[in-house]
Design a protein around this ligand. Structure first.
Ligand code: G1P
Length: 291
């Protein structure tokens, strides 16, 4: 079995839910506390042993690749001023030479189309997908949890969580086979079903480990929900061909593509930061008093 070494990060989205902030800036550069969403995703992937990254980008998204480059002038200035802590932060946001590539999606034809754009990068290897909008707070990084499940099962693994039935039309939903409470056998998949038609309420969140066999299915460019090329539909074609599981991951997921989810993430992540948590707790208490 091949080790998981590659990750694909689709970041071509227009971020319409976050206008006007995303008019001229990439939504994946929005910070939670002091770190952009894209950096959380890259760090999570690296914590799972992933070494090679492919961003699926589009117009106006160059800053995302730039963010992981060497910032030579900034480094020199910080060094001159003896700002060691800030220098260390810069280096944390730097990837080793040759470990990141970017391809352009060019047309917004859906998540499936975005992943297909990474076909040359994927080659014959298993790969992770991280949707940076989904930010996960957990003890064990979510992608590492998936990587372990992949090592155990040797096939596709997607991170899943139960959602309220009225929300099934926002997610890829599993039809569930054998279920040990943590690992769930996937026997069917539907993209964004209406609540009354959903085969379960177990939904896919933005973390996947997929086998390269998904690429030929994507290449057919069949349109699905919303007239888009859906990753979920291509994955569904692999059921019965490769082992396929959902993993009830440990952790809390924040939908940072949504204003409320994004604000909640700020608070949750700030409360995990020893340097600012006491001040945050204090101002939260003040708001509660005045509510
Ligand atoms: C995409 C996928 C969907 C998945 C979701 C997770 O939908 O198509 O299956 O459940 O991400 O965030 P999107 O959020 O792009 O509409």
């Amino acid at each position: 079995m091949k080790k998981l070494r590659k990750a694909v990060l689709p970041v071509a989205g227009l971020g319409t839910r976050f206008l006007p902030a995303t008019k001229a800036a990439a939504k994946e550069m929005l910070p939670v506390v002091d770190k952009p969403l894209i950096q959380y995703a890259i760090e999570e992937a690296r914590a799972a042993g992933i070494e090679q990254f492919c961003m699926i980008t589009g117009r106006g998204k160059v800053a995302l690749v730039e963010h992981f480059d060497v910032a030579y002038e900034l480094e020199a200035t910080l060094r001159q001023r003896g700002k060691e802590r800030e220098l260390a932060m810069l280096r944390e946001a730097q990837l080793p030479p040759g470990s990141i590539v970017a391809v352009r999606q060019q047309e917004p034809l859906g998540l499936g189309h975005a992943i297909w754009c990474a076909r040359a990068f994927v080659g014959e290897d298993p790969f992770a997908i991280l949707l940076p909008d989904d930010l996960i707070l957990s003890e064990t990084p979510c992608t590492l949890q998936l990587a372990r499940a992949y090592e155990q099962t040797g096939g596709n693994v997607v991170a899943v969580v139960d959602v309220p039935r009225e929300q099934t039309n926002r997610y890829g939903i599993l039809k569930v086979g054998h279920d040990d409470g943590k690992l769930v056998e996937v026997v069917g998949l539907v993209e964004k079903p209406r609540p009354e038609e959903a085969p379960s309420t177990l939904s896919i969140i933005g973390r996947y480990v997929l086998m390269p066999e998904v690429i030929p299915h994507l290449a057919r460019m069949e349109r699905g929900a919303g007239n888009e090329v859906q990753l979920t539909d291509a994955m569904a074609k692999m059921i019965g061909q490769v082992p396929f599981h959902g993993l009830r991951y440990e952790g809390r997921r924040f939908d940072c593509g949504d204003k409320i989810g994004f604000l909640e993430a700020q608070i949750a992540f700030a409360l995990r930061r020893p340097d600012i948590a006491p001040a945050v707790r204090q101002f939260l208490a003040n708001y509660q008093e005045s509510a």
